[in-house]
Design a protein around this ligand. Sequence first.
Ligand SMILES: Nc1ncnc2c1ncn2[C@@H]1O[C@H](COP(=O)(O)OP(=O)(O)O)[C@@H](O)[C@H]1O
Ligand SMILES: [Mg+2]
Length: 445
Amino acid sequence: MKVLVIGKGGREHSIVWRLHESESVWKIFCATGNPGINQIAEPVAIAPTDIPALIEFARSKSVDLTVVGPEDPLAAGIVDEFTRAGLKIFGPTAQASQLETSKSFAKTVMREAGVPTAEFESFDDADAARRYVQSRKGSMVVKADGLALGKGVVVCHEQSAALGAIADAMERGRFGIAGKRVVIEEFLTGEELSFFALCDGENAIALGTAQDHKAIFDGDRGPNTGGMGAYSPVPQFGVEIEARIMAEVVRPTLAAMNARGTPYRGVLFVGLMIDGEKINVIEFNVRFGDPECEALMMRFDGDLAETLLAAAEGNLAKASIRLSPRSAVAVVMSSGGYPGEYAKGIEITDLERIEGNAPSEIKTKWALNKIRVKVFHAGTAMREGRLVTDGGRVLTVTAMAPKLAAAVDAAYQAAEMIEFKGRHFRRDIAHRALARISASGRASV
Ligand SMILES: Nc1ncnc2c1ncn2[C@@H]1O[C@H](COP(=O)(O)OP(=O)(O)O)[C@@H](O)[C@H]1O
Ligand SMILES: [Mg+2]
């Protein structure tokens, strides 16, 4: 089949790469692509939110399946419009995308579905929100309802901070329209975990667990970014938790969405807080995370295009996938200064030394330990025949190995080989799992 992928980051590069390995695929287009993607997919110069132009393109090329990476086109209704035009597309409709685009909607669905989540109320009126805060004790979390680029959530340990967050969002318009409504919820303690499922409206297939690292610096210090690293699976929770999340979260959510007449198709990204035996959903997203996707695509073993088409057609019950039990880790290399201001156009060198071209002693070590290394492009561009930086997050260096520690070592060994002025990456990706492994003395994970 011919596939069109929408997006241009590391997430989309890993999806394109996995589609490229799919037997059923013979041609891939990507709107808009990047230098890494463009080696295996034909770039299409149409913006991800220019839906009419994308429909015209998909029609003219007889595209069999479109796969959407980022949330913006989903929120803008790309799935609704492609479907209306008779084109197959993998992702949720605009209404179903509200699981991500409206936190109050997501919490209401969780409540209807009996999904475990923090106690909450939603407010359109600042005075009512203030009265609620004043009536409660302990820490609280104030959230802008809409998409706020990961900045709309304020964890408040003091009542005064919660009152300030309400005024910022609802009266000072700090998040624009996204903050006109707020959700105020109980503060949860524990360790965060992400879980991914492919959904076809009725059925779901588990894609595994991951943990991301949002802060720019080691030890989770400094400002938040789009994500500086991830790994999958997350060994400290064991594989049993996947069945629990499917039974207690994913299936009830699909049933509730169906009962509302807005069946959910696409990737369901479940953000959770785990505290001993207690699991609580923090939020849903309606697409893959970046860089969680890069780690998951390393582990995905099967025909991704067939699987996503089955999901788009409501046929997942018959599909089966295999997910490697090996550990994958993704380390993001970012531009100096990111997530603040940073320069673009800085030359990237030595990228060709990774993958097939690593020095022979490294190549041998990787081969002997069954390590695979893959570099995905995120913010790169070609200028006069040279590869340069073109974004805050530049590359995602990904490795997979039978043991997590070996995957982490290989990812760092590869990252060290790639040079660009001002390059930055965290040195402690997967630290929670590695600490647990060394504490328990179990070398098996
Ligand atoms: N109820 C909660 N208790 C404790 N921490 C929370 C809670 N809700 C959110 N957080 C923290 O805030 C982060 C962002 O919240 P989330 O709902 O995922 O919003 P978004 O990803 O859209 O910014 C979470 O990853 C978590 O660290
Ligand atoms: Mg989140």
